[in-house]
Structure formats: structure tokens, C-alpha cells
Design a binder for this molecule. Structure first.
Ligand code: MG
Length: 382
């Protein structure tokens, strides 16, 4: 399939940090995607969660299934717009690699622990995973991905960190845009979690159909489903509604982005980068409906007492693990202790501890916590 002139292409790539010969039978971005799939951090996504802790039920999304759903949505849009599907998929599969256990609470807790040592940002950590922490190749640390994949992984970044990142951080200082594939994955991420959290939220019983009925994105499709299939069983009505919600937002995204690209007269990736804002975007009406759904989920699901209670425990686990490893580095696994062999300052030790904790899955963190601190609430059936 021919790519649009504004798609990222092998021939115009800004390359890898450690130069390598071009791959023989696949594109540069296929190679990136393949390296991500073979990484340890990718496999760990199976046991990391965003909203529900991993052992609560086998049907809830994990970061692994979330990442695959993001890739699915993003690839459909990429193909429709003539963007680079391989790159899109690589970014989607890697976008959550740096996440701590226990979703955002885990990340906030670790950020708090790291406050005096430069903080902890999950986007930056994802980059750290692919640039440094994966140890798989003889010739370089990390996965040595292309600039474009790394650019897509680094969604946000503080100005302070951007300054230290050189070329990759420049767009945050100059307020330019990343490639369209990176812009796309960013939105596909939101579309994926808004919709699957409705599904998981309903299944868990933490939110109800009645509560969702006033939410316009949901109501628009649900009413239509019930009108057309009045006898449909409830579970199927919900699935059919969610599938239509995704369809509506994705179609809007494709059509509106196409219009924006045409209107801005975009002919190349340089044109894309120079734009004052993202070209991949929904219409204002659909964007507002998505925000409404997001607000609903924040108030009713993410802030649900059962979720916050669980997350409160998760915060304790992360905090206590951090303190324990800071106090006694010999509790760290040998490969992490090795990194400390040279005389290290507390800042360096803190970063190594943060890398170790961030890499943990939910259940591994609970087990480590129970083993080290014997906290009864930390027992896990997983
Ligand atoms: Mg995500």
C-alpha cells in the first residue's frame, strides 16, 4: 500500500542512536515493533493494570490487552489515512511499557518517592525502558529503536527533562508537533480506554446502565441499539453499544483528520511538524462528547470507593518497597545491586530502585511486599 506523502517512511527516518544496517526483509518500523514484542517489559504488561488490580477477574483489561486494543484502533485509522501502519503499531505496543504496577496510583506514589531525585514520569520511563533498561542485544543497550518510534513513545515531558533529552526533547521546547503516527496513537489510547472502561466498569458492577444513560456518547448509540433490537439481551446490548461508540469516534477521527490535513495543505512530514497543533483530531462536537464520558468515568469509576480503597493499599505497597530498598540496597536483586557496585550517590540508588519498582507487575509487587514486610493485606491469590 502506498503511503501518503506526509507519512513517516523508512527513507526519511532520523535513524537509530546506534547505526545498524537496514533490515533485509522488513521495514525499519516492523523491526521496532518486533523488538518491542520480544522485550521483557512487553510481557510484563500482561500483569499490570490501570483500573482493576490484576487478580480481580480474568475478564478485565490489563495493560497488555489495552495496548493491543490501542494498536487495533490506531492501525485502522493509519490505514485509512495512508499513514505508516508499522510505525503506528510499534508506538501503540510500546506506549505503556514504562508504567508502574497499580496504574496511576502506583505512578503517583513513585513520583512522590522520587520527588527529591528528579521525579518519576511514566512516559519518560517508557523511553528509558526501550533506550536503556532492556538488555537483549550484543551491540547496544536497550532496543535501539528509530527516532520516530521513540518520539511517539515520549508523549509528554517536562521542560526540565526535555532539555536533557537533546534532539528528542526539542519539540517540547520549540512547541512543534510529532509525526502523525505519534499523534494518532495518543488519541487511539484515549478512545480505547474510554470504551473498555465502560465495559469493565459495567461488568464489575461499579457503574450501572442507569448512570450511563445521560452520557451522550453512550446514550446516542444505546438508544439506537434498543430501538433496532428491542429484545436484545442486556450484555449484547452493551457490547453492541460500545462497538458502535468506537465506530462513531473512529469514523469522526478519520474524516476530520483528513479534512484538517487537506485544509492545512500538508505535503510532507516537515509540514506536519511545523503545525501549531495536532492534525489528528476529532471534530469539536465528538471531542466534547469524549470529554464528557471521560469526566463520567473519572467521577464514577476511577473515584469509586472500591477502586480508591484498593489504590490506597497500592500506594502503601509502592512507598514501603521504595523505603525498604533505599534503606537496604542488598534487598535488591543481584543485577540491580551490580549497577550500584561503583560508589553511588543516593540519587543514583533512588533511580535504580525506581527502575526496579516500575518494572514490577501488580502481583510481583504484592508478593515482594509480603515477603519483605510481611504485610497481611498484601497477600495475593494470583
Ligand atoms: Mg495507554
Amino acid at each position: 500500500m502506498t503511503l501518503a506523502p506526509y507519512a513517516v517512511q523508512d527513507g526519511t527516518s532520523r535513524g537509530r542512536r546506534h547505526p545498524e544496517p537496514a533490515p533485509a526483509n522488513r521495514s525499519e518500523y516492523q523491526r521496532d515493533r518486533d523488538r518491542i514484542i520480544h522485550s521483557a517489559a512487553f510481557r510484563r504488561l500482561e500483569y499490570k493494570t490501570q483500573v482493576f488490580i490484576n487478580h480481580e477477574g480474568d475478564l478485565f483489561r490489563t495493560r497488555l490487552t489495552h495496548s493491543i486494543e490501542v494498536a487495533q484502533i490506531a492501525r485502522s485509522v493509519a490505514r485509512a489515512l495512508g499513514l505508516n501502519e508499522d510505525l503506528t503499531e510499534a508506538i501503540a505496543l510500546a506506549h505503556d511499557l514504562g508504567h508502574t504496577p497499580f496504574g496511576h496510583s502506583g505512578q503517583d506514589a513513585l513520583n512522590e518517592c522520587m520527588k527529591q531525585y528528579g521525579g518519576f514520569e511514566h512516559n519518560l520511563q517508557s523511553l528509558r525502558v526501550v533506550d536503556l533498561l532492556e538488555e537483549r542485544y550484543a551491540e547496544f543497550p536497550g532496543l535501539n529503536l528509530t527516532f520516530e518510534t521513540r518520539e511517539g513513545i515520549l508523549k509528554h515531558c517536562s521542560v526540565k527533562n526535555a532539555r536533557e533529552l537533546g534532539e528528542l526533547g526539542r519539540r517540547f521546547l520549540e512547541k512543534t508537533q510529532p509525526g502523525l503516527e505519534a499523534q494518532l496513537v495518543n488519541i487511539a489510547d484515549e478512545i480505547a480506554y474510554n470504551n473498555h472502561d465502560v465495559d469493565d466498569g459495567l461488568r464489575s458492577g461499579l457503574i450501572t446502565l442507569e448512570q450511563l444513560k445521560p452520557v451522550s456518547l453512550f446514550a446516542g448509540q444505546y438508544d439506537e441499539v434498543m430501538r433496532r433490537y428491542p429484545d436484545i439481551p442486556p450484555r449484547r446490548a452493551i457490547y453492541e453499544t460500545i462497538r458502535r461508540m468506537i465506530g462513531q469516534v473512529v469514523t469522526d477521527l478519520i474524516e476530520n483528520s483528513r479534512r484538517r490535513i487537506t485544509r492545512a495543505g500538508i505535503r510532507s512530514i516537515e509540514d506536519v511538524r511545523r503545525q501549531p497543533e495536532s492534525l489528528i483530531a476529532c471534530t469539536p462536537e465528538v471531542a466534547e462528547k469524549s470529554r464528557e464520558l471521560k469526566r463520567f468515568l473519572r467521577q464514577n469509576l476511577y473515584a469509586h470507593e472500591r477502586v480508591t480503597h484498593m489504590m490506597g493499599e497500592a500506594v502503601q505497597i509502592v512507598r514501603q518497597l521504595f523505603e525498604a530498598f533505599m534503606k537496604d540496597a542488598t534487598l535488591l536483586p543481584p543485577q540491580y545491586q551490580e549497577k550500584l557496585r561503583q560508589p553511588a550517590g543516593t540519587g543514583e540508588q533512588a533511580r535504580i530502585v525506581a527502575d526496579y519498582i516500575a518494572g514490577m507487575t501488580d502481583r510481583y509487587a504484592m508478593r515482594e511486599h509480603a515477603r519483605m514486610l510481611g504485610h497481611p493485606g498484601a497477600q495475593t491469590s494470583g
